[in-house]
Design a protein around this ligand. Structure first.
Ligand code: CAO
Length: 444
């Protein structure tokens, strides 16, 4: 029986390719899945395999030729009576392989169960001489499956590359998809895995810790649950780097202490309020640190407003109220606003609006202690400043060691957006502005 071999759909959006190598000649005997030719598309070089055993009787293309998806490239003489598609993979008449544009349109059209076209009667093998060699490729892997099966996988939310095909050469059938779904559901309901569709890694069940001693359990607070979710998401999706630096803050501290001798408690200047002002000026000078990464549209979203979140430790867990428009406010106003916000936050009176819209975050643990730490970026933000405890340290001034109050700072950033050199410059800018606030006026 003569079987025409057509160029399969190789990737989304690819409509044609160039034949870079013919790996068989007329008269060759080929086995199912043996490579017939290599096709170069704008995405990759793809090997086109034979769907059946047979002998090459005709080659209708040549090296260097451009061929459209769906074009006939070879004819095989095959004694294989089995059509390339099993009955449950037969394509409805509306989805001819020969017309790639129709095929793509049909494949992309969402089909509800009521709209599903009735399965056509299987045609006798002699009439199904045109072989659907449809396979799609991800990186260097090919998922051999018909459009119907791939559509079925899409409708069920199944990543077809996770499915082990049981057909010849690993060809994936509709039953393989159903069986994959059944297995996954069983594993989820037995607690063996947690769905990974949210992008979160699968949870492993907790071992029985009571075997080692007495335990007690307490329910997670809503804040703890949300924090756990946000932190896992950030940790597993953002490649983060942390850099460290130190700022001399003798001058700022002297000014702050003097100011506070005359200030009311609610107007007290805090170290954090200086940092908010400093960071707001730095974000103006380095706008990429005030951005968000949109991988869907492949764009960097630059925020033209500067809203600085400040991590507040509360009995219920960590909350992050936001100083909106921080770049347009003076240190005194920021201090008053932050004192009020922090108090409201600790008393859980802070409103959702007061906690949203942050474009950068500061986490000051210095009032508690510690010399350094690595804060975690809070998506969709791309950077966070961590602050540890200021300490008197001997600093070499070129002639001798002099005691100076040094504030340890750590900057964690999304390395997809920010390079190390930019990170170092940004952090140095913050240090220099703290050391001499005139720098903010000069550079900001
Ligand atoms: N180094 C040394 N001393 C510091 C300091 C630092 N980095 N930061 C604050 N202090 C001092 C203050 O100067 C203050 O002393 P005085 O009373 O003598 O002025 C004292 O510590 C208490 O400060 P504060 O906490 O009242 O005020 P603040 O604005 O500096 O901090 C806030 C406000 C909300 C940041 C803080 O209360 C807080 O909750 N910090 C915890 C944040 C947190 O948990 N982060 C972890 C998140 S995980 O990344």
């Amino acid at each position: 029986m003569k079987q025409e071999i057509r160029v399969p759909e190789v990737a989304e959006g690819v409509t044609a390719g160039t034949v870079v190598a013919l790996t068989v000649a007329v008269g060759d005997q080929v086995k199912a899945d043996q490579t017939l030719l290599e096709l170069e598309t704008d995405k990759a070089v793809v090997e086109i395999p034979s769907p059946v055993d047979g002998q090459v009787s005709e080659i209708r293309t040549e090296e260097g030729a451009e061929v459209a998806i769906g074009a006939v490239i070879m004819v095989l003489d095959s004694s294989d009576e089995t059509p390339a598609l099993s009955v449950d993979e037969q394509e409805p008449a509306t989805e001819p392989v020969a017309d790639p544009s129709t095929q793509k349109a049909v494949a992309e059209k969402p089909v509800t169960p009521s709209e599903t076209p009735p399965a056509p009667e299987p045609e006798p093998a002699a009439l199904t001489a045109e072989i659907d060699l449809t396979s799609v490729r991800r990186d260097d892997r090919v998922a051999p499956a018909s459009p119907t099966v791939r559509r079925q996988a899409r409708e069920l939310g199944v990543d077809i590359y996770q499915v082990q095909g049981s057909g010849p050469g690993g060809r994936i059938s509709g039953e393989d998809i159903r069986s994959y779904v059944r297995d996954t559901m069983q594993k989820i309901s037995s607690g063996m895995v947690v769905s990974t569709t949210s992008g979160q890694p699968a949870l492993r069940p907790l071992p029985d810790l009571s075997r080692f001693g007495e335990i007690s359990r307490e329910p997670l607070s809503r804040i703890r649950e949300l924090t756990a979710d946000a932190m896992s998401y950030a940790w597993s999706t953002i490649p983060m780097v942390t850099q460290y630096d130190k700022a001399r803050i003798d001058g700022v501290e002297k000014f702050r202490k003097e100011f506070n001798t005359k200030a009311l408690p609610e107007n007290k200047l805090t170290m954090t309020s200086f940092l908010v002002k400093d960071c707001a000026a730095a974000l103006r000078a380095f706008p990429y640190f005030n951005s968000a990464l949109d991988l869907h549209s492949k764009e960097l979203v630059l925020n033209h407003f500067i809203n600085i979140g400040v991590a507040v430790d509360t009995p219920a867990g960590l909350l992050v109220p936001v100083i909106h428009g921080a770049d347009n406010k003076g240190v005194e106003r920021i201090a008053t606003e932050l004192n009020t916000l922090a108090e409201k936050t600790r008393e859980r009176r802070v409103s959702p609006q007061e906690m949203e819209g942050g474009t950068f975050t500061i986490s000051n643990l210095g009032g508690i202690g510690g010399s350094s730490f690595t804060p975690i970026v809070y998506p969709p933000q791309v950077a966070i400043l961590g602050v540890s405890t200021a300490e008197m340290m001997p600093v070499w001034n070129g002639k001798k060691f002099v005691p100076q109050l040094m504030l340890p700072l750590c900057l964690t950033y999304d390395h997809r957006v920010i390079d190390g050199a930019a990170g170092a410059r940004f952090l140095r800018w913050i240090c220099e502005a703290l050391e001499n606030p005139l720098n903010m006026v000069m550079k900001g």
